[in-house]
Ligand binder design. Sequence first.
Ligand code: BES
Ligand code: MN
Ligand code: ZN
Length: 511
Amino acid sequence: MKTTLSFSMPAELETESLVAITLDHAEKDHTADSPKADSAKKEKPQLKLATGDAAVQSVAADLLASGELTGKPFEINLLHKPAGLKAKRLLLIGGGTAKKFTSYDLRRLAGASVRTLKSRGIRSFAFIAPPIIPAEEAVRAIVEGALVGNFDPDYYRSDRKDQKIDVLTILASGNTDHAALEKAAHEAQVIGESQNFTRDLVNEPSNRMTPTILADRAKKMSQEVGLKCEVYGADKIKELKMGAFWSVAQGSDEPPALIVMTYEPAGAPAKPVLGLVGKGVTFDTGGISIKPADGMEKMKYDMAGGATMIGAMRAIALLKPKVKVIGIVCATENMPSGKAQKPGDVQIAMSGKSIEIINTDAEGRLVLADGLFYARQLGCTHLVDAATLTGAVVVALGYANAGIFANDDDMYERFHKANGEAGEKMWRLPLDDEYKENIKSTIADIVNSGGRWGGAINAAMFLKEFAEDTPWIHLDIAGTAWTEDQKPWIAKGPSGIALRSLVEFVKGFAS
Ligand code: BES
Ligand code: MN
Ligand code: ZN
């Protein structure tokens, strides 16, 4: 999808379809105190188009005044041959209450517009940036949201329609800093494309996305964008004494891959060095502590954290912030076999810590333990990991928020700010010392599974042992890396969560 900016009047633009947002400006009824009175007196929606163009407003005026529309988010109306406009169509899309409207909503409306129009075979359209969102923020949200909406995971279906939007025009007010908007659009394009690159990797099933293939994709991408990329196999993993990572890999016939991508821009200071560490389990059967068959097919997306780091490195290499970044992905399958590790085994991690394996299905923390420690050995001063780590985080937060953990409040604040700018939702969970009890072992330093209660926290406490005193963020994306049901703004399937926040976070360190 190509993106262009236009500063002309929306009514003057020739396009397959204009898209304008309807917002409800009704004041809330504060006089009613009983629910009954509330519904009786409830004010009708006061719908207005979010545009300064009088010609566009006038085409929609009768419909908006008709009382036929609810004004609810994602309500769609498509007018053909709108009188007085050069556009062939005018798509009205509901944005909900004007007072609550943010760029978070705007991102989703852009995605929903793309999905509505492309399903009708339309390949280009123009989106009117709503004046109530600051222009740069709006451009960014529209481009990113549109790219997210343009993705469909139907690659292997013979009946796929290959419907895509090819050209998006954003109509911005002429009264803005054009160069700044062009820059925002370009950055958003890189980020949205990188997010879709990640989603492509996550979508692949495990027979087509082995650790070796994931490493090849990382290498190819790195070559294209000018990153250094090294891939190490079993020998190097054993030589580095990555006993935790290897304990998972040893059970599989597929060789593991340790992927290291390095971004070192000229003129970047020696410090900080940011380390992005991803869980790249290309299939998680559970190992000897095998998972039930029901839903096991989903475990092809257990490499989403790793794919997110590969996509983030792509965006970083293209956007060129002046800060050093190292991306590390620990890629392996988790299989049961005669060579697989067993419950009760003791493994020695690269850091020297001994780990009693209670459950071979708690494998993500094992591969990350060595990934995090290795990142510190390579000189990383700040760490972020992303992993589909626990079912427990889904119990705690559902599908709407990823779990975020931090051993450092400043790191958390930085990441939280990045979440806001990137339009991604994450919720902080605690890492108090009390939870350390849960990962104590009688025969080793720690266990790999701390029991059922607070499972997401126990997993994070385990990782904290390997981040030690390095400022560190852990993202548990088990509930958010895969969209369970199709939404108006995004297809069912891989979401690409966390990539946008990661890139924003990294940019925040650039001098
Ligand atoms: N890959 C899973 C976590 C997961 C669950 C990802 C659901 C996506 C959706 C992870 O390796 C796992 O199996 N975790 C166990 C840990 C337990 C054995 C301590 C879990 O969450 O049940
Ligand atoms: Mn597992
Ligand atoms: Zn797993």
